[in-house]
Design a protein. Structure first.
Length: 177
């Protein structure tokens, strides 16, 4: 059978003796010796989640469909755009909603386009859904384009498409004679 003692507890207790106020906790074990309630349910701070600075954000920031932003957006987290953006966007994960329009460069580890992007897209993973409309070049490590997506531009694979803003610009198409 295991008992839990807090690192901050001090005193002359035996290691197997529950801390004061922990008797109910020690008695709340099932016949098999496992605790009946989870530590978080008991309010035990030793099982609390890590501070916000050390854990990954699970919910993206959302810019709603009635919002228009003129200017650049930069975040280390995830962002979902439903409105109109005139400027460059840099994020960890960017989701362009069906009602969204972005006029500018998009740079993210993962780019999911469901709406419209007018400008260059750079990402480790780029996915154009069936409702996507992209007018510009795509620089990627991996790409997926669903049937029905509209794309005008060129596609280039690079091992590190996020490397600096000085990434190679694609050559313009040559005029056919």
């Amino acid at each position: 059978m295991f008992t839990k003692s807090r690192v901050t507890d001090t005193g002359n207790r035996n290691p197997g003796t529950p801390a004061p106020g922990k008797e109910a906790e020690a008695n709340a074990q099932s016949a098999g010796g496992a605790p009946v309630a989870a530590a978080a349910d008991r309010g035990d701070q030793s099982a609390a989640p890590a501070p916000a600075a050390t854990r990954a954000r699970t919910t993206p920031s959302v810019l709603s469909s009635d919002l228009t932003v003129t200017g650049n957006i930069r975040t280390q987290g995830d962002i979902q755009i439903e409105g109109n953006i005139e400027g460059d966007i840099r994020a960890h994960q960017l989701t362009v909603g069906e009602s969204a329009t972005i006029k500018g460069e998009v740079v993210a580890d993962e780019v999911i386009v469901n709406g419209r992007v007018i400008g260059r897209v750079r990402g480790l993973k780029v996915r154009l859904s069936a409702t996507a409309r992209v007018e510009g070049d795509i620089v990627h490590k991996t790409i997926a384009i669903e049937s029905g997506a509209h794309f005008e531009g060129s596609v280039q694979r690079q091992d590190d498409p996020l490397a600096g803003d000085g990434a190679k610009k694609l050559a313009p198409p040559t005029a056919a004679s």
